[in-house]
Design a protein around this ligand. Structure first.
Ligand code: AMP
Length: 226
């Protein structure tokens, strides 16, 4: 078991970041922090943050940094400095990456690892068009497309499954554009810092998870291992 792991899962929409974040955080008992889930659960509760964020999310564009950075960093900094976290969906631009580095630098606890899960654009579009998520716990599922799944509930919590507003073709196209122009440049940012590893996300959930766990083992310090 690895304690204190500070990991970012990076990749385009539909790469499987959310699924892998759940698997790894359950396995290693580190805190998952997903900005998309955070905004969506606020929207479910109709909080001012959720309502504000949804104006941007439905268009497929980034929620402004003034809204996003403080909320995510508050979460990160509320975790004890010896405990770990997995960030899913943050950072998504250079300002967010700088703010994260600065906050972690103040504690002398930089990121251990950034794993970029690479999935080609056509695959992303096909995955998102068949995706539903749980309204309660946000777990994603892929529809088989046989029309027999309308009654299906979440395997984890029994919650209702629905298609996200921003998984429609227009919003997906926009999200991919935003990923290319604002988020992808972060690959160089993390490559230069020596923490980036790129893997292919076009594989089974289990195989991608095995790759991620192997990479985590590699960066785990001997004193972290039990
Ligand atoms: P996701 O669930 O990660 O696909 O995120 C869904 C939407 O939430 C994105 O398209 C953005 O509108 C918003 N969002 C998630 N993370 C961020 C972030 N780090 N910065 C700004 N907006 C974000």
């Amino acid at each position: 078991m690895t304690n204190g792991l500070r990991l970012v899962l990076f990749g385009p929409p539909g790469a499987g970041k959310g699924t892998q974040t759940r698997l790894v955080s359950d396995d290693l008992d580190v805190q998952p922090i997903s900005t998309g889930d955070l905004f969506r659960s606020n929207l479910e509760k109709q909080t001012p943050l959720g309502i504000k964020a949804s104006e941007y999310m439905t268009q497929g564009i980034l929620v402004p940094d003034e809204v996003t950075i403080d909320i995510v960093l508050d979460r990160v900094m509320s975790i004890h400095s010896d405990d770990g976290f997995i960030l899913d969906g943050f950072p998504r631009n250079t300002a967010q990456a700088n703010a994260l580095d600065e906050a972690l630098g103040r504690r002398s606890r930089p990121l251990d690892l950034v794993i970029s899960i690479d999935v080609p654009e056509e695959e992303v579009v096909s995955r998102l068009s068949g995706r539903v998520v749980c309204r309660s716990c946000q777990t994603p599922y892929t529809l088989a497309g046989n029309g027999q799944e309308s009654e299906r509930r979440c395997d984890r919590c029994g919650g209702e499954l629905y298609q996200r507003d921003d998984d429609n073709p227009d919003a997906v196209r926009k999200r991919l554009e935003v990923y290319q122009s604002e988020t992808l440049p972060l690959l160089d940012y993390y490559r230069e810092r020596g923490v980036l590893v790129e893997i292919s996300g076009v594989d089974t959930v289990e195989n991608v998870n095995n790759q991620i766990m192997a990479l985590i083992q590699r960066v785990s310090k001997p004193q972290d291992k039990e």
